[in-house]
Ligand binder design. Structure first.
Ligand code: FES
Ligand SMILES: [Fe+2]
Length: 364
């Protein structure tokens, strides 16, 4: 049945993944925070890939991210203020431009010299799009030059509504990402009345093609056993794009309407991962149902979180994993993509996408 010729056999256990030093890739755009979490003049702390960062907005409103540690005596900058275009440390008032340059030391008196150029807070490039703030986590000490573009949702016109949800998954990045692309857990983990009855599983065949830093489940009619899709009316068609480090964008078209779901998975550290979700839709009649939709979104993501939380009890023993064809083939591709990205960077060569053009079969 399997068409994924290079994906290995079910009898080849693969080593437990996601627990080593290399649990997360550098040199990629990660989801940082929803735009609404960063009000103007506010400083917001987040830990990403084990680094304590402070996010803010410059006077033009553009987001920035700096290492959350004052180079004077180590005070986290999150406790300071954004005032007159600069981040001011709460301890002795040193002031830093949004690009990290030191611009003022209040205790200096006239005649005292100080080499301002020698002090700088390191930072990472940020971009804001579609109500999301992305951060380019470069490698090494920086300055970090962004490569490629931060992920964008497809153009769905000017009239849409949106909702955001973030949950902390107590698991390594790889398991959060593999859960995102795993078709076989649906009936068991999300088998509620509003999604699909758990008894309705049937055979599926889906076409996949390689795409930028990942793969695409090409446009197709989604499973007829999902009640959420039925709600949309028209003849829904969906396309799902995945790209490193852990970004999934599903685009549904149904008649003249569109729905987009974006998920951005970002490690806090080796054992904790933030799963950020944004949903966009064009149906005006659904706007009053926002509180219900927010509840559904949070319940759905919570089901994924609860199942990986339980999984950690088993993963603590570092068991080998048996990833099978074809239901686990996308998970195998993810691990391959990650390895190839790391290798290509280490060898200073171009990334070669290892995903084949293929149709996968499973029952869910
Ligand atoms: S610790 Fe930041 S100004 Fe002194
Ligand atoms: Fe799920």
């Amino acid at each position: 049945m399997s068409a994924a010729g290079d994906s290995g056999s079910a009898d080849d256990p693969v080593a437990t993944t996601g627990t080593g030093e290399d649990y997360a890739l550098r040199g990629l755009w990660y989801y940082a925070v929803p735009s609404r979490a960063l009000r103007s003049r506010a400083l917001v702390a987040r830990t990403i890939l084990g680094e304590d960062l402070v996010f803010g907005r410059d006077t033009a409103g553009a987001p920035f991210a700096l290492i959350d540690c004052c180079p004077h005596r180590g005070m986290p900058l999150r406790f300071g203020h954004f005032r007159d275009g600069a981040v001011e440390c709460c301890y002795h008032g040193w002031r830093f431009a949004p690009d990290g340059r030191l611009i003022e030391v209040p205790s200096l008196v006239s005649g005292q010299t100080f080499e301002f150029d020698r002090v700088r807070v390191a930072g990472y490039p940020c971009r804001e799009a579609d109500g999301n703030i992305w951060i380019f986590m470069g490698a090494g000490r920086g300055p970090h030059r962004p490569e490629g573009e931060a992920p964008r949702i497809p153009d769905i016109g000017a009239n849409f509504h949106r909702l955001f949800e973030t949950q902390l998954f107590p698991c390594p990045l790889d398991h959060a990402v593999m859960g995102l692309m795993d078709p076989a857990h649906g009936p068991f983990v999300h088998g509620s009345w509003w999604w699909r009855p758990s008894t309705s599983a049937h055979e599926k065949a889906k076409h996949f093609a390689p795409s930028e830093l990942g793969f695409t489940m090409t446009r197709h009619a989604p499973s007829s056993n999902s009640r959420l899709y039925k709600l949309l009316g028209g003849k829904p068609e969906t396309e799902i794009v995945f790209r490193l480090p852990g970004v999934r964008i599903e685009h549904i078209r149904a008649g003249r309407h569109q729905v987009v779901s974006l998920t951005g998975v970002t490690p806090v550290g080796p054992k904790e991962t933030l799963v950020n979700q944004a949903i966009y839709w064009t149906m005006g009649w659904l706007a009053p149902a926002k509180p219900i939709l927010a509840h559904v979104m949070s319940t759905f993501l919570g089901q994924d979180r609860d199942v990986v939380t339980r999984q950690q009890i088993g993963l603590a023993h570092n068991p080998p994993l048996r990833l099978i064809d074809d239901a686990d083939t996308p998970a195998k591709w993810y691990l391959k993509l990650k390895r190839e990205f790391a290798r290509a960077r280490a060898e200073g060569r171009a990334f070669v996408n290892p995903v084949p053009d293929v149709t996968l079969h499973w029952k869910s």
